[in-house]
Design a protein around this ligand. Structure first.
Ligand code: ADP
Ligand code: MG
Length: 338
């Protein structure tokens, strides 16, 4: 079994993961990393912890797991409109399995290179499989995207498609609060559809490029990790405002349209989670510029509603009927799902 130093050297320090990047003065090897933060930038830090059997299934593919662990952290950088700078890794594992470590390291390398975000340090210890990643990023003070800033009349947009993360999770035998509600109907789950949902869960695309492109147009933003209702709810509370969503505009993947009823699909988008898409607000005067900037990235950017006064989140269906989304609606959903 390789020693701790051997693991660090082989799978982290010398695996290509700590490639040179402007702003990284010193990476792995000393007691701490040294970062050179430009005077006109703020340093953004964010961390996510993934625990086996809670956040991912036992015996998950280490390469996919690594990609997910880094992607969900990069999604937080996108949600602040920050450019990724580097990351650190806290890893506990029951034993040092060379194949597992090689896969894990390769998965990290793939995303780290794509987002120019080298590994600069970390810690490892024996224990149950846990992956803690902290990402650092840089943002100009006037480009930061925060949860605060939304005003009545602002339009609400989301990136990509919603609901796929929750549908994927429900098909993975993890203890979810949603029971079997989103489990795929056996008849519709073709190999291509299963692969689509597996990709949605393990390889969410952090929306960095979109965030950087639209940052100058948005009034506030958040990433959707716990379902649109929950995360938009955080944003609404932070601004003491309400929102009206247009049910027919919520974007769904072809796979979700094929495999889920209309109502379950909407429940997955509102109350599911693990989508890692952005939800932003844009003042009416900046909507055209935001839509043009988003279109140039090729990433779907869909207007789904508007900020209103008050504190309620409501969803209007095709007939114009408004349904209040609140704690009671969530409770109702959980009862339905279980
Ligand atoms: P210390 O005794 O100071 O905790 P370690 O022996 O744990 O130092 O780590 C030595 C070096 O290796 C440090 O630079 C540390 O940041 C780095 N390192 C340790 N574990 C990891 C890891 N999982 N990924 C990347 N770097 C790591
Ligand atoms: Mg250590």
């Amino acid at each position: 079994m390789p020693s701790e130093f051997e693991i660090i050297r082989r799978y982290f320090a010398e695996s290509g993961l700590q490639f040179p990047r402007a702003g990284i003065t010193l990476g792995i090897g000393d007691d701490g990393a040294l970062l050179d933060v430009p005077a006109n930038r703020l340093l953004v830090m964010s961390m996510d912890v993934l625990v086996e059997s809670v956040h991912f299934p036992l015996n998950a593919d280490p390469k996919l797991l690594a990609q997910r662990a880094l992607a969900v952290n990069l999604s937080d950088m996108a949600a602040m409109a920050a450019e990724p700078l580097c990351f650190t890794l806290g890893l506990t594992m029951p034993q040092a399995d060379s194949d597992w470590l090689a896969g894990f390291s390769a998965g990290l390398l793939d995303l780290a290179q794509r987002y120019n975000c080298p590994l600069v340090g970390g810690d490892i210890s024996r224990g149950p499989l846990n992956i803690a990643i902290q990402v650092q990023g840089l943002v100009a003070p006037d480009k930061v995207m925060r949860r605060t800033g939304a005003a009545v009349g602002d339009q609400i947009y989301v990136s990509g498609c919603l609901g796929d993360g929750a549908i994927a999770l429900a098909s993975m035998e993890l203890p979810t609060q949603f029971g079997a509600a989103f489990r795929l109907e056996p008849g519709c789950a073709t190999a291509a559809i299963q692969a689509h949902f597996r990709g949605a869960f393990y390889q969410p695309e952090p929306r960095i490029e979109l965030a950087l492109a639209i940052a100058h147009c948005v009034s506030s933003g958040i990433d959707i990790s716990d379902g649109l209702a929950g995360d938009l709810g955080h944003l609404l509370r932070a601004n003491a405002v309400g929102a009206v969503l247009d049910s027919a505009s919520i974007p769904y993947s072809e796979a979700a349209r094929t495999c889920m009823s209309d109502s379950n699909r909407q429940l997955a988008a509102l109350f599911g989670g693990d989508d890692y898409e952005l939800c932003v607000t844009v003042a009416p005067a900046h909507c055209a510029a935001a839509e043009a900037a988003a279109a140039a990235t090729g990433i779907a950017f869909t207007r789904i509603g508007a900020i209103v006064s008050g504190s309620e989140l409501t969803v209007r269906d095709r007939t114009g009927q408004a349904q209040l989304i609140d704690a009671a609606a969530f409770q109702h959903f959980r009862q339905m799902a279980n």
